[in-house]
Design a protein. Structure first.
Length: 65
C-alpha cells in the first residue's frame, strides 16, 4: 500500500478531487460560509475556494498498487 499526497496526483485527478471537495464543503458548511461572507463583506466564492483547498488536505488518500 502506497500513500500519495494531493500534490503528487495528475491534473485530471486533482480537478476531480477539487470538485468533490467543493461539493462536500458546500453541503456541510455552505450556509455558514454564506452568513460569514455576508457579515464581514467577503467574497463568498473566494471563501469557498479557500475552504475547499483546506478540506482537500484533510482527506486521506490511499492507493493500492
Amino acid at each position: 500500500m502506497i500513500e500519495l499526497n494531493y500534490s503528487n496526483l495528475d491534473e485530471q485527478t486533482q480537478a476531480y478531487l477539487h470538485s468533490l471537495s467543493k461539493k462536500d464543503v458546500e453541503l456541510r458548511f455552505g450556509q455558514q460560509l454564506w452568513a460569514h461572507a455576508k457579515k464581514y463583506g467577503l467574497d463568498y466564492d473566494e471563501l469557498l475556494e479557500a475552504e475547499t483547498q483546506r478540506n482537500l488536505y484533510n482527506y486521506k488518500y490511499v492507493f493500492n498498487i
